[in-house]
Design a protein around this ligand. Structure first.
Ligand SMILES: [Zn+2]
Length: 129
């Protein structure tokens, strides 16, 4: 009887630690929705000045995914990819806002009822004979 295999048996292990590192952290969906997708800001992001710290000198940026690409063709193939399309779908969902959380806690304005205005009683005309 040989040695039982013990290593590399956990095949469902995902690289969670790596994904949680601040270095690979990208912008949140609500940040993209509320800030980056604004047409003015979007144009700014798409025409960034040369940055030697960023991949591809920051010339090929995907606004939806908040990601830099090395070349134009890499960016173009990214736009056709599943990752990007899934991201577009995620961005269509309305972002979780402070208003929504307040509404959930019952503090929102939408739920607050208007005070009931009691109409003043109509003057009764007393008939005197
Ligand atoms: Zn993308």
């Amino acid at each position: 009887m040989g040695r039982l295999r013990r290593s590399r048996v956990h095949n469902a292990r995902r690289d969670v630690h790596r994904a949680a590192r601040t270095r690979v952290r990208t912008r949140d969906l609500d940040q993209i929705q509320m800030i980056d997708l604004d047409p003015k800001r979007r144009a700014e992001l798409e025409a960034q000045p040369l940055d030697f710290e960023k991949p591809g000198l920051a010339q090929h940026y995907c606004v939806e995914c908040a990601k830099y690409y090395e070349t134009d063709s890499a960016l173009n193939s990214h736009w056709r990819s599943k990752v990007h399309k899934r991201r577009l779908k995620e961005l269509k969902e309305p972002a979780y806002t402070i208003e929504e959380s307040e509404r959930a806690a019952g503090l929102g304005r939408a739920e607050r009822k208007q005070p009931v205005v009691v109409p003043p009683p109509a003057m009764e005309v007393e008939l005197t004979t």
